[in-house]
Design a protein around this ligand. Structure first.
Ligand code: PLP
Ligand code: ZN
Length: 421
């Protein structure tokens, strides 16, 4: 990992050992004075930096089940607006492991968070920052899960919440959550990327505090996915996983996991050779990151038209690409695109082992199958697939992928006759 660059001296703007650094030009900013999401000078992405980086001993005193705030030594605060979140299971899936032909396969099921996706891990930190800087209104653009999480955490913090969704392209469970938690829901006649353009304009005009993953504090909370995977996998297997396969939308998790690992390497807690290979999966109809990796491009080119059944990753302009592309490259990972059919098949595979996920989540397993088939992932690898959201998020996709209910008369003999058919 050549460009760690975490060893800069603590700048004067730091607040209690925490500051923001532009990943492009290196300018530093006070973390909680004024509101900014990108660099004032060059527009580059910002990253939260710390004077003290964590080691595993810092997390010892709490249990995995305690979730995100177990990792306060790696976060800007000791506590946040909490429901609580994190501490999700690392499932074994022995039949799928056999079928895919890898030495070890574990599923990190982020659908088990309070609102049913990993977005909760980012919001517990991000909404705490919103309280600290003092804002009236929270906002996000969303393919669904960000809006569900922000609505719940906004309600918890008693802050007004505005969500912008692409009309007709958000799964039913997610809209139901945003609706009941009391967000104002604006359905935009355009795709997710247009929703984000608009909400960024609103944030720039001071109308709302932006809680998309462009907000560097959200990624701090999402780092804890990577920390939990390392600790849980090591507790069971006595080693760290060789590879983590994850779905990619705005590439926030890819960036966040990379940052978690860089910080542990920098503190001396993790050997560089133990950093898992970050392997991103996109839907074939929405794959600008895969294109950039395959073409060896420095950055991504925005896709204007995107389509996939995996609506959570129906994103043509992954805003965290400048942080995530180095994460994939420096860890020796790769990126791959999968078809909607492959995604649905993987959703069934996971469901067949009792693990219920939404389509975008199943993309990770579909990507593993494809890369295993191509020989890119080898038989002796220990792999963790990240499943990002719960099955009930998208009941329509689940029902379409699953078995049909069979009508029967209301008599036992008739039911038995039917079963015998
Ligand atoms: C948000 C989301 C993603 C995309 O994650 P990024 O960090 O933006 O790449 C994937 N799956 C689900 C279910 C999501 O909600
Ligand atoms: Zn800059």
């Amino acid at each position: 990992m050549a460009d760690l660059q975490l060893d800069e001296p603590e700048p004067e703007v730091a607040d209690d050992g925490v500051w923001l650094t532009c990943i492009e030009c290196g300018e530093t900013f006070a973390p909680f004075e004024g509101i900014r999401y990108t660099c004032d000078s060059c527009g580059g992405l910002l990253e939260v930096r710390y004077a003290d980086l964590p080691t595993f001993e810092d997390f010892d005193s709490a249990a995995i089940a305690d979730g995100v705030w177990r990792y306060d030594a790696a976060l800007p605060f000791e506590e946040g607006v909490s429901l609580p979140e994190g501490g999700t299971p690392l499932h074994d899936v022995p039949r799928l492991e056999d079928d895919l032909g890898v030495e070890r396969l574990r599923i990190k099921h982020e659908g088990m968070n309070p609102t049913g996706s990993f977005k909760d891990r980012g919001m517990t930190v991000g909404v705490r920052v919103a309280e600290k800087v003092g804002v009236d209104r929270l906002a996000c653009a969303s393919t669904g899960n960000t809006s569900a999480a922000l609505s719940a955490y906004g309600a918890r913090a008693d802050l007004e919440t505005l969500v912008l969704l692409p009309a007709g392209k958000v799964a039913a469970g997610k809209i139901a959550q945003a609706s009941l938690h009391g967000a104002r829901i604006l359905e935009v006649d355009g795709n997710f990327d247009r929703c984000l353009d608009i909400v960024q304009d609103l944030a720039d005009r001071g109308e709302a505090y932006l809680l998309n993953s462009l907000n560097p504090f959200r990624l701090e909370g999402q780092k804890t996915i990577g920390l939990e995977i390392l600790e849980q996998f090591h507790a069971e297997e006595g080693a760290y996983p060789d590879r983590i396969v994850l779905p990619v939308g705005n590439a926030g998790n890819t960036a966040a996991l990379y940052k978690a690992f860089r910080e542990l390497v920098e503190s001396g807690a993790l050997d560089e050779s133990d950093v898992p290979k970050l392997t991103g999966v996109q839907a074939a109809g929405s794959a600008p990151m895969v294109e950039a990796i395959e073409e060896g491009w420095e950055g991504i080119e925005r896709w204007e038209d995107v389509e996939t059944i995996a609506t959570a990753i129906r994103i043509g302009n992954p805003v965290n690409a400048p942080k995530a592309l180095p994460g994939i490259r420096e860890t020796g990972g790769t990126a791959v695109a999968v078809s909607d059919e492959e995604i649905t098949a993987a959703q069934r595979d996971l469901a067949g082992e009792g693990v219920g996920v939404e389509p975008a989540s199943a993309a990770s397993v579909a990507g593993l199958r494809k890369l295993r088939h191509e020989g890119v992932i080898e038989a002796d690898e220990q792999v963790v697939c990240l499943t990002t959201g719960h099955l009930l998020k998208d009941p329509d996709a689940a029902a379409a992928a699953g078995s049909e209910p069979e009508p029967v008369p209301d008599e036992t003999d008739a039911v038995l006759d039917h079963l015998a058919e």
